[in-house]
Ligand binder design. Structure first.
Ligand code: SF4
Length: 227
């Protein structure tokens, strides 16, 4: 597959914060038209299932995670049961998601921490979530936005790439991207905006060959880093 040519210098369009806010609002509106169904692709029934699925989704597709989690949660439906699971059994259950030894260990540590610090219930604040071993801001934002209805803006590889190409940030650090975008976007849109960027990143603005000529955002996008 042909690689897009990369401009040597990242160019951010000159615009005031107000202009950037207005452009973000237009981008969100257009993406909502394109992907009215956009939501997390991970299957879950409660916050515990979502935090586990998010851990498993590192370096793995959501579709693959969704194949593994039904059996995982049949065996270990909550933090109490998973905290007592033999590591070898967890490893076997999550093997096909890749990096399974690390992921099984993370699930074990995570469920123990949820038991010890929160009596078995996944906490619903950013501070408490990132206080759990192995939980970073991305995972915390996924759980807040999708399981608790608390606005969160998870920055994964698609969101980072698209916000840079769209000239909304020049940061590479996901935490800095999150802070910059959330400062310019109403909190009610944070969770949606992240989902929408992921959908658009999968469909059109892919990592290797963005389809700019066919992109509905072309008129709103400076195509930073893409020729
Ligand atoms: S115009 Fe190109 S770079 Fe911009 S969002 Fe669309 S596909 Fe991505």
């Amino acid at each position: 597959m042909a690689q897009p040519k990369i401009r040597k210098q990242i160019r951010i369009p000159k615009e005031t914060p107000e202009e950037k806010r207005a452009r973000i609002a237009k981008i969100i509106r257009k993406l909502r038209e394109l992907f009215p169904e956009a939501t997390t692709s991970l299957s879950f029934e409660n916050p515990f299932q979502l935090i586990c699925a998010t851990v498993l989704s590192a370096q793995c597709t959501d579709a693959r995670v969704n194949k593994v989690t039904p059996e995982l949660f049949r065996n270990y439906p909550d933090a109490r049961s998973m905290s007592k699971a033999p590591l070898a059994k967890l490893e076997k259950l999550v093997q096909s998601t890749g990096f399974y030894k690390n992921k099984a260990l993370s699930l074990s540590h995570l469920s123990k921490a949820i038991m010890e610090k929160h009596g078995g219930n996944v906490p619903g604040t950013m501070e408490e979530l990132i206080g759990l071993r192995g939980v970073g801001r991305k995972t915390a934002n996924v759980v807040l936005g999708n399981a608790f209805g608390v606005p969160g803006f998870p920055v994964d590889t698609h969101v980072g790439r698209l916000t840079r190409r769209l000239g909304l940030t020049k940061h590479l650090d996901p935490v800095k991207v999150e802070h910059e975008i959330t400062a310019l976007t109403p909190s009610k849109d944070w969770t949606d905006f992240s989902h929408l960027l992921i959908y658009h990143g999968r469909a059109t603005c892919t990592a290797r060959s963005p389809q700019c000529e066919e992109c509905e955002l072309l008129r709103l996008c400076p195509q930073v880093g893409v020729q």
